[in-house]
Design a protein around this ligand. Structure first.
Ligand code: HEC
Ligand code: HEC
Ligand code: HEC
Ligand code: HEC
Length: 172
């Protein structure tokens, strides 16, 4: 249900305040209430604990933090969190904004891209294998469960879910 009044007001506030304000983080616990499946899946991932791989001393080293906990200084949010990838949620996380996908993107919601992954998963990361975007996406899946729930909520259209396992192609 769009709320045109609030929509206008929000855009006006942002126009006056400057786009930089949209970078403000609310923290992963704020997303959890509305995205429990995504939150649980993320909590199982290495991203949620990326800071823990660093020693006490390395946690003060900006070189390590730039990938393992990039928003620690500016947003007081440790490790690689929802907002590291999806953008600061202050303006898009209210429910009426979230339900308006166009507005949400106007006020800071980011669709994480391969390029964004590669800003950390590059040649200087310690992985032995080169970064495979498609495989890595599967490994951080925190959307399938939510999409399945969402499509079950309304009349599911046949192309909204793809829960069938991909054909086994171990080597490619
Ligand atoms: C008040 C509840 C609420 C909060 C808090 C919330 N969301 Fe949402 N979010 C929604 C709803 C509702 C949708 C629309 C999809 C749906 O109907 O299930 C949505 C959609 C999304 C989408 C898909 C958008 C699209 O158009 O494709 C992403 C990504 C997302 N939220 C991420 C986040 C992140 C990250 C946070 C925390 C910073 C967050 N959300 C906080 C309720 C919320
Ligand atoms: C360019 C981004 C980047 C920088 C800078 C970086 N790391 Fe990492 N680090 C990664 C990525 C990505 C992984 C996961 C590699 C994989 O498995 O693909 C990783 C993995 C690790 C692991 C292994 C964790 C495990 O569970 O096995 C350790 C330990 C680690 N990093 C420590 C450090 C330290 C210490 C520094 C600073 C000297 C540092 N990293 C700097 C990106 C980075
Ligand atoms: C490492 C980056 C990364 C992190 C961290 C991350 N996400 Fe995502 N998220 C993505 C990507 C990439 C997609 C889109 C996957 C696709 O469409 O194939 C996505 C998809 C989603 C979707 C589904 C959107 C839709 O259109 O159905 C939601 C909801 C979401 N994320 C919420 C969250 C929440 C909440 C957190 C934290 C608890 C989080 N994400 C953490 C990268 C990330
Ligand atoms: C801000 C930096 C950053 C971004 C952006 C990022 N990652 Fe990561 N990622 C890391 C770090 C750091 C680790 C290692 C965490 C650890 O073990 O300490 C990691 C670990 C992983 C792992 C686990 C690797 C393993 O060895 O098990 C996968 C899979 C992964 N990332 C996929 C992605 C995908 C897909 C994206 C883009 C949608 C992405 N990452 C974006 C920093 C990042």
């Amino acid at each position: 249900m769009p709320v045109p009044g609030s929509r206008m007001l929000l855009l006006l506030v942002l126009a006056l305040g400057g786009a930089a304000a949209a970078a403000d983080f609310v923290g992963p616990d704020s997303c959890k209430g509305c995205h429990p499946e995504a939150y649980d899946a993320w909590m199982q991932s290495k991203h949620a604990r990326a800071e823990n791989s660093l020693s006490e001393q390395q946690r003060k080293d900006g070189r390590c933090l730039s990938c393992h906990s990039p928003d620690q200084g500016s947003q007081a949010t440790a490790s690689v969190t929802c907002e590291t990838c999806h953008g600061g949620g202050q303006y898009y996380s209210p429910e009426y904004v979230m339900k308006d996908s166009e507005l949400a993107r106007l006020v800071g919601l980011v669709d994480p891209s391969e390029k964004q992954c590669r800003s950390c998963h590059d040649a200087s990361s310690p992985s032995l294998r080169p970064f495979d975007f498609k495989e890595s996406l599967k490994a951080i899946d925190h959307w399938s469960a939510e999409r399945a729930r969402r499509s079950g909520r309304t009349d599911a259209s046949p192309h909204t879910t793809s829960t069938a396992p991909a054909p086994a192609s171990a080597k490619k």
